[in-house]
Design a protein around this ligand. Structure first.
Ligand SMILES: Cc1cc2nc3c(=O)[nH]c(=O)nc-3n(C[C@H](O)[C@H](O)[C@H](O)COP(=O)(O)OP(=O)(O)OC[C@H]3O[C@@H](n4cnc5c(N)ncnc54)[C@H](O)[C@@H]3O)c2cc1C
Length: 385
């Protein structure tokens, strides 16, 4: 039976657009309005990257969208980690890079093809502006206005993490995902980089606040920062410059919400809880929230309160598990300095184990050569006493 709900979605990011499409597809009788503060083709940042498993689950839910996203993505199947300037490749990790604006454009056309109405350049400051809707979905990202307006209900904790981040692009072509830990006289600078288009890569830079200050980055202009970081990583950039797109330094926030819904208002994606750029799963989390919420609404028979409770019951344990993994990843990066004594293989092994989601068996399956080299090195050290 098709529902006939009036649904408002605040935020036309990956979470909001997927939820809109999945409900519209099953319920032609619903009226679904997405309010997006930006124009249709505007986005901050460059490309994003998703592990292939992060998209696999979409096949069952929306095969057409899965196919379109795969067709637009650049595939990389190796992580190359640089420690003490030595490269350690770890194979069998498949990543899909895609320009964020392309991902959004694909999702916008999927949503509108199901009758979803998207209103661009329309910022919603509070659920009060949306009276008359049966369901209001706050999919408005990490700085969610919907969450803030109902903070007394959601009781969110927004914790800016200590490390500094800046999101750049480059025309250097990456053949693998590269994680570069570059020791400098100021401290360690970390680059998270990957290809998201045939001739474009994302180059996100991270460093701890003391390194950032010692390097004088607190006093540099945007362009000075860009050139300074380009020099730090020049040996890896093969003569290409870093490209800025409002690439200001920021501290990624870690968001948790005690309550997930209040009345007819629910949060999903980064508005509800973040993972962290260092585990590159924010888009996947937003998608999985959207799928779980759509399922609860589609099967809820029009009982909005019951559907929102079911969404939280079904989704929360997995989401909490991912946040725990994200926190372990955050702490691993924030303490990178303490692992400088490690050999490149030890460092790479520690990286692979950092979230607790990968074990030796999995590592043996995905890259037996890497694990064998690591185990041989450890055995050699033990023999040497
Ligand atoms: C530096 C950096 C790198 C990242 N890299 C990756 C990566 O490689 N892979 C990955 O999976 N994730 C990555 N992420 C995280 C990822 O971008 C998010 O987790 C994901 O986009 C969350 O989706 P969402 O739909 O919840 O929110 P968002 O994508 O943030 O979308 C929210 C939308 O709501 C709109 N909006 C906000 N407020 C309002 C309002 N009041 N009214 C109307 N519209 C509003 C915004 O304009 C935006 O379009 C990265 C994040 C950062 C900061």
């Amino acid at each position: 039976m098709s529902l006939s709900l009036k649904i408002a979605i605040v935020g036309g990011g990956p979470g909001g657009l997927l939820f809109a499409k999945l409900v519209a597809r099953e319920n032609p009788g619903c009226r679904i309005d997405v309010f997006e503060q930006n124009p249709a083709d505007a986005t901050y940042g460059f490309g994003i990257v998703l592990a292939d498993v992060a998209l696999d689950f979409l096949k069952d839910v929306d095969d057409d969208l899965h196919t379109d996203l795969l067709a637009a993505a650049e595939r990389q199947d190796t992580i190359t980690l640089y420690h003490h300037r030595q490269a350690v490749p770890i194979r069998g990790n498949v990543f899909l890079g895609i320009p964020r604006v392309r991902l959004l454009n694909i999702m916008q056309s999927h949503a509108t093809s199901q009758g979803v109405n998207i209103e661009y350049a329309k910022r919603i400051a509070s659920p009060d502006a949306l009276s008359g809707y049966d369901l209001i979905v706050g999919a408005d990202g990490v700085n969610s206005a919907i969450r803030d307006a109902l903070q007394h209900e959601f009781q969110a904790v927004v914790e800016p993490r200590v490390n500094k981040w800046a999101w750049y692009g480059t025309r250097r072509r990456f053949d693998s995902v590269e994680l570069i830990f570059e020791q400098t006289r100021y401290g360690i600078f970390i680059a998270h980089s990957y290809r998201y288009a045939p001739d474009h890569g994302t180059f996100v830079i991270e460093c701890d606040p003391d390194t950032w200050k010692r390097a004088g980055l607190d006093a540099k202009s945007d362009d000075e920062s860009r050139r300074f970081c380009g020099e730090i990583f020049s040996r890896y950039l093969e003569g290409e410059e870093l490209i800025s797109n409002r690439s200001l330094w920021f501290n990624p926030s870690f968001v948790t919400s005690k309550r997930w819904h209040s009345g007819n208002v629910v949060l999903i994606g980064d508005a509800l809880k973040t993972v962290h750029p260092s585990i590159g799963s924010g888009t996947r989390m937003a998608y999985e929230d959207a799928v779980a919420l759509a399922k609860a609404v589609n099967e809820g028979g029009g009982d909005v309160g019951g559907s929102l409770a079911e969404f939280e019951r079904a989704r929360r344990p997995t989401a909490d598990g991912f946040q725990d993994a994200a926190m372990r990843s955050i702490l691993w990066y924030e303490t990178a300095e303490t692992r400088q004594h490690m050999t490149p293989l030890e460092f790479a092994y520690s990286y692979m184990m950092r979230t607790g989601k990968v074990n030796r068996d999995r590592l043996r399956r995905i890259d037996p050569d890497f694990l064998a080299a690591y185990e041989a090195e450890i055995a050699g050290k033990e023999l040497a006493g």
